[in-house]
Design a protein around this ligand. Sequence first.
Ligand code: RTP
Ligand code: MG
Length: 141
Amino acid sequence: MAIERTLSIIKPDAVAKNVIGQIYTRFENAGLKVVAARMAQLSRAEAEGFYAVHRERPFFKDLVDFMVSGPVMIQVLEGESAIAKNRELMGATDPKKADKGTIRADFADSIDANAVHGSDAVETANVEVAYFFPALNVYSR
Ligand code: RTP
Ligand code: MG
């Protein structure tokens, strides 16, 4: 077990539903600390760069269209096994398959509009945190 950081995004659908606070409460109740945060309207270039690993996938254009469709809330979460813990809180990519009580089961409508993003491994977490936050703006505590 190690203290990790992970990149979390509350996607446009969940921001539009006004559930930022409810999602933050789940992070806090699971022992994850918000150590950096900002709201942003992503440009196409930013969204394409962020999801570059999916560039060749059939859903790439829909994914980018969705991610630029409204403001997102971007945060770095820190805590014991933060990457896996956040993925557990999120639930499966497809909300129909997500376990009861997970963020996606409770707030997501479809596999495209699925409420949240979370890094999936230490390497991707490091890249994704650096993509949105200069080190100076992350406040470990
Ligand atoms: P995320 O990266 O957003 O945290 O989601 P994830 O790890 O659970 O899923 P991933 O495989 O990384 O896919 C990234 C996002 O692309 C959309 N997607 N659509 N239509 C489809 O088959 C499909 N598959 C993936 C989802 O919005 C997913 O969150
Ligand atoms: Mg992913």
